[in-house]
Design a protein around this ligand. Structure first.
Ligand SMILES: Cc1ncc(COP(=O)(O)O)c(C=O)c1O
Length: 479
């Protein structure tokens, strides 16, 4: 086990190791490693043109930036080389491999509800198969589902859309990427408050745009400071991505703050807002959800993304959607038509059943939200008892984003120095056998993310182990 815990979480490292092995390969599969310290955008592909010609198409270059290790395989497109693999997926896979090897790891890394899809939804999926709804649907989604989505957006969000202003996709992830591809030109800037969902910056890069990261403070509950936003907008700013309730922080944007942001957006006609509302139903009173597009003047400027994965525990069904002005949404549909075509016919039938369960998902969703809230309350109380840990009480979603930086610099016997979020997570995986995600994956290295999509008894067991592991450490800085 020890050996498997030695490596970095970064799946990049796995490739780097194989790259080094490959140095002795024959000429046509020759690979070499080159280290350099500059950030990737400064890297010139021209400088490697010669190497490319001499050594076939598989040369791998290693780039060590201050915060990350990256690999460049010049047999691949620069676009794909500019994208980092998902750390949450890498850690989840690593934890799963340990469990399969018999190590009792408590997995709190994945962003996936631990509940089963409500029976009425599952039944609708099975009925769809039985009744032969197994063919291609229209590219943008069935009229039945898009009509149900329009009804939901009207009733729950105060938003008026027609079915031709909706595109249903294989998950909200696809909806977001298509939106970026549809509206960004090369060199455009995509403004992303940090901590952010891991995929936003990478998706911006895939769209040849530049992610512009705006840091937030735990003391501000990780909410974007409108003054910072105003200062960063320029003529290249194309898209602002807002996520409320937020993954990874659980923060919920109050309506007043969204209104301040809307005032700024209104002054910049080229700037659009992508409002990721996938956690809208997983919210804890007194917090309430506001759809950005519902604010005065913002309907025309907003692309609203939502999906079924989180509230309805439907991650594997792969169903999400975008709503917005027809001009933009049709462009998303055009991309989808050459990419995946319509989402699964079976999932779409299940989606109709989900939206038929009542306001905000009705009783079945309310039961899940209540369970999430109990877990949140337990964890917040427990972490408040842990010396040196800073916490912003989440108002929604099912994550805690905890500032452990007071422990950076501490030395653990038999482990070494904990100097960042990644080494802390490795330490906790090693000593406490709890899998968490380093905050640097979300753009904030002071923190680590814990998902509480696990039973209360699992969380209690995890908490005991984390406390034990942290107790032998002492905060390295006075708290
Ligand atoms: C903030 C956020 N947006 C979008 C998604 C994508 O969800 P899906 O593609 O499962 O609909 C996720 C999933 O983790 C998420 O956390």
């Amino acid at each position: 086990m020890a050996a498997s815990l030695q490596g970095s979480f970064s799946s990049t490292n796995i490739s780097l190791r194989s790259a080094r092995v490959g140095v002795s390969d024959s000429a046509d599969t020759f690979r070499s490693t080159i280290s350099f310290s500059s950030q990737l955008p400064k890297f010139s592909f021209k400088s490697l043109e010669k190497t490319r010609q001499v050594h076939s198409l598989r040369t791998i270059v290693r780039a060590d930036s201050s915060s990350d290790k990256m690999q460049i395989d010049i047999s691949l497109s620069p676009r794909v080389n500019s994208v980092k693999p998902s750390k949450t997926v890498a850690i989840t896979d690593q934890a799963t491999a340990l469990v399969q090897a018999g190590v009792p790891v408590i997995r709190l890394a994945a962003g996936e509800p631990d509940f089963d899809t409500p029976a009425v939804i599952a039944e609708a999926g099975m009925k769809a198969i039985r009744e032969g709804h197994t063919r291609y649907t229209p590219n943008a989604g069935t009229m039945e589902l898009r009509t149900a989505i329009c009804h939901k957006l009207k009733e729950e969000n105060g938003l008026t859309y027609t079915p031709d202003q909706i595109v249903v996709s294989n998950g909200a992830k696809q909806s977001i990427l298509q939106a970026l591809l549809a509206v960004c030109s090369p060199g455009d800037e995509v403004i992303i408050p940090a901590p952010f969902w891991v995929s936003y910056p990478e998706m911006a890069r895939l769209a040849d745009a530049k992610p512009v990261i705006l840091p937030t403070l735990i003391s501000d509950n990780f909410l974007l400071d409108p003054k910072l936003l105003a200062a960063k907008i320029n003529e290249k700013s194309r898209l602002l991505i807002l996520c409320s309730p937020s993954n990874p922080t659980g923060s919920v944007y109050p309506k007043k703050l969204l209104e301040e942001i809307a005032d700024i957006v209104a002054k910049h006609p080229r700037l659009l807002v992508l409002s990721d509302e996938i956690y809208e139903h997983i919210i804890y009173a007194p917090a309430t959800h506001t759809s950005f597009a519902a604010l005065p003047g913002m309907w025309e400027r907003t692309l609203t993304v939502n999906g079924f994965s989180k509230a309805f525990a439907m991650t594997g069904w792969r169903l999400g959607y975008i709503a917005g002005p027809k001009h933009f949404v049709a462009a998303c549909g055009k991309i989808q038509s050459q990419f995946t075509s319509g989402a699964s016919s079976i999932s779409q039938k299940a989606g109709v059943a989900a939206l038929g369960m009542g306001y905000a998902g009705g009783e079945a969703v309310a039961i899940m939200v209540k369970a999430f809230q109990e877990r949140r309350d337990f964890l917040v109380k427990s972490f408040k008892e842990l010396e040196g840990v800073k916490i912003s009480e989440p108002q929604g979603a099912f994550y805690l984003f905890l500032d452990f930086s007071a422990y950076y610099g501490s030395e653990a016997e038999g482990f070494g120095i904990i100097n960042d979020s990644e080494s802390l997570c490795r330490y906790l995986l090693d000593k406490a056998q709890v899998a968490l995600v380093p905050g640097d994956a979300f753009g904030d290295d002071t923190c680590i993310r814990m998902s509480y999509a696990a039973s209360l008894s699992t969380l209690q067991a995890a908490m005991e182990k984390i406390k034990e592991a942290m107790f032998v450490l002492r905060p390295a800085v006075a708290v």
